[in-house]
Design a protein around this ligand. Structure first.
Ligand code: KG4
Length: 340
């Protein structure tokens, strides 16, 4: 029987990515980043969509070449419909529509946030791959989201907690910016924290009900500490950069884990996953490993390549929808905002 081959396309922010999955096994995952934003300190939407336009055909071509599939082998095309930058999404959506129409094959729309959660089901066809069992909890932490999601099925996810202001990645990036680190600052904080004392500075932790998060108070507490210390020692930041990074990182991770622990206990769930760009953070990964031992959690941490935006997660989400004949129409338009 002909295998089910899904071409996945991701273009929600500043990464143009295409992946091919055959019968649930990943054959290729190609991503082109966009250096054009580096000097602006953040992603410039208009430049992002132009770069997607330049990248999309070579990236798809390369994904198909590496996977050794031709256009006629593709069963359906899955694309990120949202949330994300509208202009960027429009490039991937339009390309997917045009390609699907020309091949007369189904089109599958994918929610980018759900895809981050489903990244745990990407299989490279290796022995001993571990995947979470439903129901599980997923901590989704990225530049724009901090959510605790109760995942009951691939298409049944419930947000049980989320940030009421900044996301965890945003907190890292904003704190990094005030101490002069490049954007996005999360990975720089992680690196400098390796040589710092995590107990050097204490910051306010939010008192927020339920499973929700807040990071804006932490950011303010960080700013006030710097303001006061710089008055006494003008080069305080330079002298204490590693300790500042280690301390802020420890606090963010403690805040994230406290609510996750509460949710896991209340719902009596021991299958716990993490997803999104911040799951690359080494302190968060350490905290997951410690919780696995202490609370007998079965933890699922994606490979680093699948934590950031990638088309493999779009293709696997598309594969599940394909098996359920869950297709979308050619009239589907991208959306900038949505929850899981
Ligand atoms: O999911 P993601 O790639 O995309 C967006 O949400 O845009 O997440 C990006 C976020 C950024 O805030 C970045 O600083 C953060 O993930 N991040 C990290 C690390 N790697 C990426 N934060 C802390 N430690 C890291 N190692």
């Amino acid at each position: 029987m002909k295998p089910v081959v899904i071409l996945g396309i991701e273009s929600s922010c500043d990464d143009t990515s295409a992946a091919v999955i055959s019968n649930g096994i990943l054959l290729s995952n190609i991503t082109a980043g966009q250096a054009v934003h580096a000097s602006y300190g953040g992603v410039v939407p208009e430049l992002a969509s132009r770069a997607h336009q330049q990248n999309i055909i070579p990236v798809v071509h390369e994904a198909m070449r590496v996977a050794n599939v031709s256009a006629q082998d593709i069963s359906a095309i899955a694309f990120t419909r949202g949330p994300g930058l509208l202009g960027s999404l429009l490039v991937g959506t339009s390309f997917a529509k045009g390609f699907a129409q020309s091949l007369d094959i189904p089109l599958i729309d994918v929610n980018h946030l759900q895809a981050h959660v489903l990244a745990h089901f990407i299989s490279e066809g290796r022995e001993g791959e571990r995947m979470p069992q439903y129901p599980f909890l997923c901590l989704l932490v990225s530049g724009g989201n901090s959510q605790i999601i109760l995942v009951k099925a691939y298409n049944d996810m419930q947000i049980i907690g989320q940030t009421i202001d900044d996301a965890a990645g945003e907190a890292f990036d904003k704190c990094a910016k005030v101490i002069g680190l490049p954007y996005p600052g999360g990975p720089y904080i992680d690196k400098l924290a390796e040589n710092g004392n995590a107990d050097a500075f204490q910051f306010n932790k939010p008192q927020i009900p339920d499973y929700n998060y807040s990071f804006s108070g932490l950011k303010t507490s960080f700013l006030y500490l710097l303001r006061d210390k710089i008055k006494e020692t003008p080069d305080f930041i330079e002298q204490n950069k590693c300790d500042l990074c280690a301390s802020i990182q420890k606090t963010v991770v403690e805040i994230l884990m406290a609510k996750l622990r509460k949710a896991a206990k209340d719902l009596n769930i021991k299958q716990i996953a993490v997803a999104g760009g911040v799951s690359a953070n080494s302190e968060l990964r350490r905290a997951f490993a410690q919780h696995a031992t202490k609370y007998k959690w079965e933890v699922y941490i994606p490979a680093l390549g699948y934590t950031t935006d990638n088309a493999a997660m779009i293709a696997i989400s598309g594969y599940f929808k394909y098996l359920d004949n869950d297709f979308c129409s050619l009239n589907s338009v991208p959306y900038a905002r949505v929850t899981v």
